[in-house]
Write a protein that binds this ligand. Structure first.
Ligand code: 8YV
Length: 317
């Protein structure tokens, strides 16, 4: 652990209050100033002392910041997604990167299923209908789309995709998937491309990692293949979907609906979506439970501790 004389940990961007407090109290961590002039001064004065960064997917670390920290050895990321960390620059500089896999899988998969049910059954919209006093006036709520026994395609069959598939199998859904590589011995049908997957399912769930490798993977062609009776659920990253194409498809009724926990430019959400009853919009809450965030915090600190004591991370990417 750091002492006041050896303040080698840097917090980059906002973190959970309890995590930020632990970093400040137990590690005497610096916080990277947000003001540009202050930041430059800090990096000039202290940059060489920093050996470990703690950040989250909201902020991350770019190549320029790494370059200002010549003795940086590790980027400890709170969150499973590390698309905001320049991993190529990290690798080139010998900087190790960790994330928080596994501990959030269940909650994010729960969110995917919850969003799918809400989007197809329109529970949030029906709740608004009741609150607005429309039930006694307008009568029964319009019929919606069944969830059980639908054909579901999962884009990205990693830990979270697999957990979603397991849950939806219990709903009698037929599951197929597309992944960079076909998963050996998978019980689910493999589609060779996102378009092929989308063309055979009622619901497409995006569970692929963000970053350059998946940017815009769900474009107009995939949305067209999903079609006017198809639904898109995204609990991964906004960058995986061409958001303009998605908004147009929804506004023009070329897609039946969408459940979105993530967006291209969070916390900004395209206002065109606010008027649509066919969408459910969540403020990136996939992993946001007390239990899971505590587990993510603990794993983040285990990675930091381990790096400071042994030079090794517990869950390197
Ligand atoms: C977090 C997430 O909310 O783990 C991830 O990749 O997107 C979420 O669990 C986020 O990373 C915290 O910034």
């Amino acid at each position: 652990m750091s002492t006041a004389q050896n303040r080698c940990v840097l917090q980059v961007g906002p973190l959970m209050p309890s995590l930020a407090r632990t970093l400040a109290e137990d590690y005497a961590a610096w916080q990277l100033p947000t003001d540009l002039a202050e930041r430059t001064e800090f990096l000039t004065e202290r940059g060489a002392e920093i050996t470990a960064i703690v950040t989250s997917g909201r902020t991350g670390v770019d190549a320029a910041l790494m370059q200002s920290l010549p003795n940086l050895g590790a980027v400890v990321n709170f969150g499973v997604g590390y698309d905001t960390v320049d991993v190529d620059a990290a690798a080139a500089r010998g900087v190790a990167v960790s994330n928080t896999p596994d501990v959030l899988t269940d909650c994010v998969a729960d969110t995917a299923v919850g969003l799918m049910i809400d989007t197809l059954r329109r529970f949030s919209a029906a709740d608004r209908y009741v609150r607005e006093g429309r039930w006694p006036v307008e009568g029964m709520y319009p019929l919606t789309r069944q969830v059980s026994n639908t054909n579901v395609g999962i884009l990205g069959m990693g830990r979270i995709g697999t957990a979603i598939a397991l849950r939806l199998s219990a709903f009698g859904c037929a599951i197929s998937y597309h992944n960079r590589r076909e998963v050996a011995d998978s019980p689910y049908g493999y589609a060779a491309s996102p378009v092929e997957l989308a063309s055979t399912v009622d619901v497409l769930i995006v569970a692929a990692a963000g970053g350059d490798g998946t940017r815009g993977l769900v474009g107009r062609d995939v949305l067209d293949a999903l079609g006017p009776h198809g639904y898109l659920i995204n609990i991964a990253r906004g960058s995986v979907v061409d958001q303009d194409a998605l908004v147009s498809a929804l506004v023009e009724g070329r897609l039946a609906g969408a459940g979105l926990d993530v967006f291209a430019d969070e916390p900004q959400v395209p206002e065109e979506l606010f008027a649509l009853e066919s969408v459910v919009l969540l403020p990136h809450v996939g992993s946001g439970t007390v239990q899971t965030r505590a587990a993510m915090e603990a794993l983040t600190l285990r990675n930091l501790d381990s790096y400071l004591k042994t030079g090794e991370l517990v869950t390197p990417i």
